[in-house]
Design a protein around this ligand. Sequence first.
Ligand SMILES: NC(=O)c1ccc[n+]([C@@H]2O[C@H](COP(=O)([O-])OP(=O)(O)OC[C@H]3O[C@@H](n4cnc5c(N)ncnc54)[C@H](OP(=O)(O)O)[C@@H]3O)[C@@H](O)[C@H]2O)c1
Length: 258
Amino acid sequence: MNPLAVVTGASSGIGRAFAIELATRGYDLILVARSEAKLGELAEGIHAESGVNVTVHAADLTKKKSLNTLLRYLKDKPISLLINNAGVATIGAFCERKPARLEEEILLNINAVVQLTRAALPGMVLRNEGQVINIASSAAFQPTAYFSNYAASKAHILSLTLALNDEVGDSGVFLQAVCPGPVETGFEDYAADGQLSAPRALFIKPETVVKQSLSDLSKRKEVSIPALHHRLVLRAGRLLPTSVSRLAMRFSGKQLFD
Ligand SMILES: NC(=O)c1ccc[n+]([C@@H]2O[C@H](COP(=O)([O-])OP(=O)(O)OC[C@H]3O[C@@H](n4cnc5c(N)ncnc54)[C@H](OP(=O)(O)O)[C@@H]3O)[C@@H](O)[C@H]2O)c1
């Protein structure tokens, strides 16, 4: 029997790349996102290519009913790998962001991750095997003006991931937080309503994120930062006193958004 992986946000970007890569590694897949047609097309392609079983589960993870239906569907499934990838961002001045968008960010980036992890982890601990990959962000490491709610949501995920390793690590279950900088997906357009374009040189491909994450997972690295230039930017940031890095975020954000 193939191991089973669940991938949220599998209809595009990083989640889609995870689904394709995991199929080549022999995982059966449950793919989750709102766009059922996109998931169906992806599932057909993956099954034809690699022969693994692929199930599509369309769900809006910000909706309580939809999330609960998914949690019930996953109950008692022997999940080997859970990838909490679905996420959204709001970029721009906090006071100008729509409250509904801030709520969406919290429900998807935090609540869905917490509930899906809570659903999958007990079974993994019982079986003494299982892995969870949580897609955080390089923004998780510091307060980030004009990206405030998003960075805070990803800080939550980073902290949760590390703390859970301390709780369940003895059972053999392992969690990883993936913390990329900019990645070439549709993510940024929605985040800034098409108003922002980060320097293209900073961007990496979703496949790079996936390969590095899985390679780091095999070495039990609990934080995966996928590209050398993203690692260097983060290290340089950490050398600065927090007050200086916060000032830098404040002024660069102000220039971009005010
Ligand atoms: N791209 C970057 O620069 C970057 C950098 C660091 C971290 N990240 C993180 O990487 C993760 C994946 O983002 P991406 O860059 O691959 O963006 P993306 O291409 O926009 O993918 C986002 C995925 O989340 C799904 N999704 C959005 N809202 C949903 C909802 N309410 N319920 C269920 N699924 C939902 C989308 O599918 P549907 O629309 O079909 O629902 C899509 O499959 C996110 O957690 C993001 O924070 C991205």
